[in-house]
Design a protein around this ligand. Structure first.
Ligand code: GLA
Length: 407
C-alpha cells in the first residue's frame, strides 16, 4: 500500500516536473534583464486616471522611450473601486470608466505592457482594497483584463508571513497561466533577497525613495530615502541579483527635482546595480534634458547587459567611490562616483588598480591587456594605456564602458 502511494506520488512529481521547469523558464524570461517601464506613484500618487495612463503610453512611444527599451506602463495605488457581491475587484468607475481591460488593449496596441498594483493585506498603503483572502480571484481578474505585471505591496500585513504571502500570489499567478511579472514590494523587511528569487522577478530592498541626493525624509512611522542612502543599503546584496531575479532599489526620481548631475548619477547608479528602471516622472511634460537622461541608450545598455551581474565597489575614499560591473564579452562598466559637494579632478593610473570579482570570477588586469573606454554620457573615448583624467561634478558620476582590445 505504502509502496503504491509512493509510486503514485513519484509519478505525479515526474509529470509535474516539466511543467514546473517550463514555468521557471517562462518567469525568468519575464525579466532576463531588469524590467523597464513607468509607474504612476512618484509623480501622481493617488491622482491617476485612464487619460493619464493613455497619454503616458502615447508619450512613451512618441518620445522614443519604447524604442530605448521601456516596456511597462504601471498603475500604482488608488486605481481601485470596490469589490462586488462576488468579491470581484473593479476599478474606480469615475477615474477608469472604460475599465482596465480597455486600458490594457490600448497599451498593448502600442506594443507596450500594462502593470497593476495590489497589496498582501486587507488594505493597500493608500487604504484601498488589498488582495488578502482574494489572491487567486484577483490574479484571475488581472489575467482576464490582460495585465502583464503585478506590483505587490506590504502595507497592512499584520500577522502575515512574508514568504507565505508572496508565495500565495506567485501561485495565484501561475494558476492563471498568464505570464505576469511579480514585483515584490516588501521594503526589505524580511530579507526578501534570501527567498524572493523563487517567488518573483524583483524585490524592493529598501523603503521608499525620495528625490534628494543624501537625505532621510521622516514621515513619522516610516522614512523615505535619498539616492546615496538607498545605494548604501545595498551592501552585501549583489550576490542575490541575477537574470530573472533583481534587487529593486525603487522607482526612478529622474526629472523630479534633483539637479541634472544628480539625475545622471541616480540613473547611472541604478543602471550599474541592475535595478529595474521604472520611470517616475510625468512623461507628457518633461524638459529635453530629462528626456536625454532617461533615453540615454549607452547607459541603459549597461543595465540591460545580458550577463546580469550587479556592480561591485572596489574603491572608497574621501567621498569618492569606484564601481565596476562585469559585462558580457569580457567588457566592463566603470563608474566614478563623487558623493561630495565639490567637483573632482580625477586622475587615475589604471595599472595600479587591477579589478577582480570573486562572484563572477572575472578580472581586469590593465598591465596585461589594454581596454578601450567610451564615456557612456558624453561619448568621449580613450584607453587604459594612458592615465585617466576626468572631471566628475559634485554629486555626480563619470561612467565608462571598457572593451578589451586584442593583445
Ligand atoms: C508603498 C510603496 C510605494 C507605493 C505606495 C503606494 O509606500 O513602497 O512604492 O506603491 O505604497 O501607496
Amino acid at each position: 500500500m505504502m509502496k503504491r502511494a509512493f509510486a503514485s506520488i513519484l509519478a505525479m512529481a515526474i509529470a509535474l516536473a516539466p511543467a514546473a521547469s517550463a514555468w521557471a523558464q517562462q518567469s525568468a524570461g519575464l525579466a532576463a534583464t531588469p524590467q523597464m517601464g513607468w509607474n504612476s506613484w512618484n509623480k501622481f500618487a493617488c491622482n491617476i486616471d485612464e487619460k493619464l495612463i493613455r497619454e503616458t503610453a502615447d508619450a512613451m512611444v512618441k518620445l522614443g522611450l519604447k524604442d530605448a527599451g521601456y516596456q511597462y506602463i504601471n498603475l500604482d495605488d488608488c486605481w481601485h473601486g470596490a469589490r462586488d457581491a462576488d468579491g470581484n475587484m473593479h476599478p474606480d468607475p469615475e477615474r477608469f470608466p472604460s475599465g482596465i481591460k480597455a486600458l490594457a488593449d490600448y497599451v498593448h496596441a502600442r506594443g507596450l505592457k500594462l502593470g497593476i498594483y495590489s497589496d498582501v493585506g486587507d488594505t493597500t498603503c493608500g487604504h484601498r482594497p488589498g488582495s488578502r483572502g482574494h489572491e487567486y480571484q484577483d490574479a484571475r481578474t488581472y489575467a482576464a483584463w490582460g495585465v502583464d505585471y503585478i506590483k505587490y505591496d506590504w502595507c497592512d500585513s499584520k500577522g502575515l508571513n512574508a514568504v507565505g504571502a508572496y508565495t500565495t500570489m506567485r501561485d495565484a499567478i501561475r494558476a492563471t497561466n498568464r505570464p505576469m511579472l511579480l514585483s515584490i514590494c516588501e521594503w526589505g523587511d524580511n530579507k526578501p533577497w534570501e527567498w524572493a528569487p523563487e517567488v518573483g522577478q524583483s524585490w524592493r530592498t529598501t523603503g521608499d525613495i525620495y528625490p534628494c541626493w543624501d537625505c532621510e525624509m521622516n514621515h513619522g512611522s516610516w522614512s523615505a530615502f535619498g539616492i546615496l542612502r538607498i545605494l548604501d543599503k545595498q551592501a552585501g546584496l549583489r550576490k542575490y541579483s541575477g537574470p530573472g531575479h533583481w534587487n529593486d532599489m525603487d522607482m526612478l526620481e529622474v526629472g523630479m527635482g534633483m539637479t541634472e548631475d544628480e539625475d545622471r548619477a541616480h540613473f547611472s547608479i541604478w543602471a550599474m546595480m541592475d535595478s529595474p528602471l521604472i520611470l517616475g516622472n510625468d512623461l507628457r511634460a518633461m524638459p529635453e534634458s530629462v528626456r536625454r537622461i532617461i533615453g540615454r541608450r549607452e547607459v541603459i545598455a549597461i543595465n540591460q547587459d545580458p550577463l546580469g551581474v550587479q556592480a561591485l565597489r572596489f574603491y572608497n575614499q574621501g567621498g569618492v567611490e569606484l564601481w565596476a560591473k562585469p559585462m558580457a564579452n569580457d567588457e566592463w562598466a566603470l563608474m566614478v562616483l563623487n558623493r561630495t559637494e565639490a567637483p573632482l579632478a580625477w586622475r587615475y593610473d589604471w595599472k595600479q588598480h587591477q579589478i577582480s570579482d570573486d562572484l563572477s570570477q572575472r578580472e581586469a588586469d590593465f598591465n596585461k591587456a589594454v581596454y578601450r573606454w567610451t564615456d557612456a554620457w558624453t561619448g568621449k573615448r580613450g584607453d587604459t594605456s594612458r592615465r585617466l583624467e576626468v572631471n566628475v561634478p559634485a554629486h555626480g558620476v563619470v561612467l565608462l564602458r571598457l572593451q578589451r582590445t586584442q593583445p
